[in-house]
Write a protein that binds this ligand. Structure first.
Ligand SMILES: O=C(O)CCC(=O)C(=O)O
Ligand SMILES: [Fe+2]
Length: 343
């Protein structure tokens, strides 16, 4: 009888332990879900909404939406600027609009911070700024193709045949385009967005020649100033696309500082669209332009913070298009030799 009672007590204790363990697991899962919701929830390049982990973050760590600092999972406010973890978010979805500086301005004016436009350094060609948003310090420049038909054809073939294209799996199947990620020698940073990580290929010789041709049109005359990375996309026809997104990955620091992205289009003409993240009443929300073969475009300043862009599907369009977007990788991954400081 006594043995039976002892056995029952032991069983009850075991059951209590199991239940406590289950409760702890549930709490941990809840905490994980909460920290994911407080992370970066942005449309992926496929259009799906995803949290974007940063290379130097551990699970649960978060990026301060206000100043960009990396914060430990356990912290509820930013160790640097003291802003609360999710104080800038609406229901864990798209971040709430950042506070304005006062008056109409979201960002300090270009004249005050001394930001130059690429189109200002090219006296020999005239860039047209299709987006010139001084209140957000956001600019997009457009230069119709300065290249001959033969050059464009040669660029297209060289890029198409001289690139190892991949078509990674996104959350909803393979992404609707082929892609590649190129970097200058010494850098081994992958390009990671959503759940996709694209391996780097070192700039081939044709890329050096191409940049020699293109960069002077962007006011970049010396090789030491060239962009050190490039994302390449191959859209086989109008059924291929890139969904609403911003090139706001940690590598480029575009949510926290003025950055420059230079785009070259080759092949069939496709639409390119830009939209504001936090439109004001009565404001023009969407800007659209057609990118033809050889056309150059830029996104300059805080565009990756305040705008998203896409190349929509155009089912009636036949024929391939290649697009290159050159960028400056400013924050290399911790294991990248290019990121190590020299002593
Ligand atoms: O194809 C384009 O014009 C845009 C590509 C793009 O947005 C990207 O590679 O991030
Ligand atoms: Fe992009």
């Amino acid at each position: 009888m006594r043995d039976l009672a002892v056995q029952k007590m032991a069983e009850n204790q075991q059951m209590a332990q199991v239940m406590q363990y289950q409760r702890q697991m549930q709490q941990m899962q809840m905490m994980q879900l909460k920290s994911q919701a407080a992370g970066q929830m942005w449309p992926d390049m496929d259009g799906s909404t995803v949290a974007q982990p940063r290379a130097d973050q551990r699970p649960g760590d978060w990026t301060c939406a206000s100043c960009g600092a990396n914060c430990f999972a356990s912290k509820t406010e930013c160790f640097k600027c003291r802003k609360p973890k999710d104080g800038q978010r609406i229901g864990g979805g798209q971040p709430a609009a950042p506070e304005k500086l006062g008056g109409e301005f979201w960002e300090k004016p270009r004249t005050e911070v001394g930001m130059k436009l690429l189109g200002e350094q090219t006296p020999h060609v005239k860039w047209d700024y299709i987006l010139s948003d001084d209140s957000r310090r956001c600019y997009a420049g457009y230069l119709p193709s300065p290249f001959s038909q033969e050059s464009k054809q040669a660029f297209f073939e060289e890029i198409r045949d001289g690139t190892s294209w991949v078509q990674p799996e996104g959350r909803q199947g393979p992404i609707p385009r082929k892609t590649a990620w190129m970097v200058s020698p010494g850098c081994n940073c992958h390009y990671t967005y959503g759940n996709i990580s694209v391996e780097p290929q070192t700039y081939p010789q044709w890329m050096v020649q191409l940049m020699q041709e293109v960069m002077p049109y962007c006011g970049i005359n010396s090789q030491s100033e060239w962009p050190n990375s490039c994302n390449l996309n191959l859209y086989s026809d109008g059924g291929m696309s890139v969904g609403w997104h911003a090139d706001d990955e940690s590598l480029f620091q575009g949510k926290f500082s003025d950055i420059y992205i230079i785009s070259l289009s080759l092949g069939v003409t496709r639409k390119f669209e830009l939209r504001t993240n936090w439109p004001e009443d009565g404001e023009k929300h969407l800007r659209r332009c057609s990118l033809k073969s050889g056309d150059l475009m830029t996104m300059e300043g805080m565009v990756q913070k305040h705008y998203q862009h896409r190349v929509p599907k155009e089912e009636n369009i036949q024929g391939p298009r290649i697009n290159l977007t050159w960028r400056w990788t400013l924050k290399h991954r911790p294991t990248c030799p290019s990121g190590r400081r020299r002593r």
